[in-house]
Design a protein around this ligand. Structure first.
Ligand code: PLP
Length: 282
């Protein structure tokens, strides 16, 4: 049976979901997206994902594609139709179909599409081994707080990571790590978590937000400040977070092991605490 996807109000087999070549998502990457984790067939952190979507849409003067209730139903129905136990829902909104012209068209209906991916979200073997990362220059635009579908710099970074046998590329600007190509980045030093403060330089990670709250609940200190690549080389632990990876230990960077080159106790605890809270609160 083929995957059921959503396009503009309809649930369709993926082969039948077609979009015009004049869609501004296709022509200009004029769109935004969200990825929500699914654990035990439940959507995780759905409300903050929709808050961030609202912000992305507002920043680009783009209309909601449908009502909030309809969008929630789209997510839930896709999980059901496709029997997703563990994985994610990807959704994107573009400014719709219009003659190619840079300025925004007036009154063009947006295009909404969404699909599911099945993946070992909780039972991820990478959580046991940890992952390797590389560092690359951050060559992205200056509004990284908007969850734009324009991801070419991230594709280039992930490709470089793959070629180096690594899982993630961490991006560096002015000597400081901004974030991963598809993740928020952290180090642990002397029991304290260090992560960059929110600004236009990074995406406000939904998993980051949940983790900050959980760290506070467990009396783990979080220092919100930019940290350097050198600090990561010398860290006790490092990890990344995202809706797809949840909390994943980074055990090597640029071919150098971080501390013992194994997932550390703080990262392990945070991953467990995050999963427990996600399952309990979903
Ligand atoms: N930073 C970037 C650039 C991302 O693309 C992502 C996720 O895709 C994240 C951070 C993590 O965000 P979230 O935890 O909301 O998945």
């Amino acid at each position: 049976m083929s995957r059921i996807v959503h396009l503009n109000g309809q649930f369709l087999p993926e082969e039948q979901a077609k979009v015009s070549i004049f869609d501004r998502g296709f022509v200009f990457a004029d769109g935004v997206y969200e990825v929500t984790a699914v654990i035990n067939a439940k959507l995780i952190d759905y409300a903050p994902h929709m808050e961030r979507l609202e912000r992305s849409l507002r920043e680009l003067d783009m209309a909601w594609p449908c009502s909030r209730q309809e969008l929630r139903a789209v997510h839930e129905d896709l999980v059901k139709h496709n029997d997703v136990e563990q994985g994610r829902v990807y959704m994107q909104v573009t400014r719709g179909v219009a003659e190619r012209d840079f300025a925004y068209p007036a009154d063009t209906p947006t295009t909404l599409m969404a699909f599911t991916q099945i993946a070992a979200t909780v039972a991820n073997p990478r959580a046991e081994t940890g992952v390797a990362a590389i560092s690359i220059p951050d060559i992205r635009w200056k509004r990284r707080d908007i969850k734009s579908i324009a991801l070419l710099a991230q594709c280039m970074g992930k490709q470089r990571a793959a070629e180096a046998g690594a899982y993630e590329a961490l991006m560096v600007e002015d000597g400081h790590i901004t974030e991963g190509t598809s993740s928020s980045a952290y180090i642990v030093k002397d029991g304290r978590i260090v992560t960059r403060p929110l600004s236009n330089a990074i995406l406000p990670g939904v998993t980051r937000r949940a983790l900050m709250r959980l760290a506070a609940d467990h009396r783990i200190v979080v220092e919100e400040r930019a940290f350097t690549l050198e600090e990561m080389y010398g860290a006790d632990e490092a990890f990344i977070t995202s809706a797809s990876a949840l909390v994943l230990p980074v055990v090597a960077i640029d071919g150098r092991p971080i501390a013992a080159g194994r997932p550390g106790p703080v990262t392990r605890k945070l991953r467990q605490v995050y999963i427990d809270a996600a399952v309990a609160g979903a």
